[in-house]
Design a protein around this ligand. Structure first.
Ligand code: SF4
Length: 295
């Protein structure tokens, strides 16, 4: 089995990406840094197919941070639709407000400035720097970690937490030069999303297969790895989503308790979810007497 050097493996991924990359709107050269930032926040916990239409709508309505900053929070939450984890809509709006207040409505390009923005963590800052500005950075999402873990270390799945040695090794693979590094980051991410998937990697279609440590080791451990199944039906997250959907669809305040669409939810659970939505600032109690809520 031929074994490629690190540089050749990285180059193979970059070349594959050049041929196979999905044509996504936030990858267009015309996409603004703001568009990239919004896409990265949306993509954190939601797949591309669901993000795509919502991102387009957001960019149409709020093409700049100033446009979103001037919008009521309820509108942003409403336009978040069913992307899930709707606190991200609030944080994006807070981020837009901070961009207007502190950066003249522009997305900054240094890690420190990005990390100081609401809702922007280590990963998102690196992704914005790499994809919006072509900066040399290490972008380590779960897809990239899985590809590197398998191809270089024969690990079936990444550990729950990123370790220093893992980060250092990932950093050592990022090629010199802004363009090459951005292509490697995006390519490794795309390979993990499309080919080296968590449960059913398509090694026969993978450019790294000739040198992949995990394949060479006989592809061990995947069937024993614990599945991260998330019970969804009946959870507080699901009920919160249903309440938000109800309020999004309404033109004015809605009396939530006793509403026909939520009658299967136990009163205690509904109260708990309403309370947490209010605490999170996603929902407002408009009338205590009527139990009426609005976005
Ligand atoms: S050969 Fe298989 S396990 Fe190795 S990187 Fe490619 S898809 Fe992943």
């Amino acid at each position: 089995m031929p074994h490629l050097s690190d540089t050749a493996m990285v180059g193979a991924v970059v070349e594959w990406f050049g041929q196979e990359a999905r044509d996504l709107p936030w990858r267009s050269p015309e996409c603004s840094p703001w568009g990239v930032l919004v896409s990265e926040v949306m993509l954190q916990q939601t797949p591309v197919v669901r993000v795509d239409p919502v991102w387009r709508e957001w960019m149409e309505r709020w093409p700049t941070p100033a446009d979103l900053a001037a919008t009521p929070q309820a509108e942003a939450v409403r336009a978040w639709g069913r992307l899930g984890y709707p606190r991200r809509a609030m944080r994006l709006r807070d981020c837009a407000i901070a961009l207007v207040a502190d950066h003249a409505g522009e997305v900054p390009r240094t890690t420190a400035e990005l990390r100081a923005l609401p809702g922007i963590g280590e990963y998102t800052a690196a992704a914005v720097r790499a994809f919006a500005f072509g900066e040399h950075d290490v972008v380590l999402d779960t897809n990239v970690r899985r590809v590197i873990g398998r191809a270089w270390h024969a690990r079936p799945l990444p550990a729950a937490h990123l370790t220093r040695p893992e980060r250092d090794h990932a950093a050592s693979l990022v090629p010199e030069g802004a363009r090459a590094s951005a292509l490697w980051n995006a390519g490794a991410m795309e390979l993990g999303a499309l080919v080296c998937t968590a449960r059913a990697p398509r090694c026969e279609a993978c450019v790294l297969a000739p040198s992949c440590a995990w394949v060479a080791a006989g592809a061990p451990g995947l069937d024993q790895a614990p599945r991260r199944t998330q019970a969804w039906h009946g959870t507080d997250r699901q009920v919160r989503g249903r309440v938000l959907a109800l309020l999004r669809a309404a033109q004015g305040p809605v009396t939530v308790t006793g509403h026909a669409s939520l009658e299967d939810v136990a009163p205690g659970q509904l109260d708990r979810c309403l309370e947490s939505l209010v605490v999170d600032g996603l929902v407002t109690l408009v009338s205590e007497d009527r139990g009426a809520y609005a976005l």
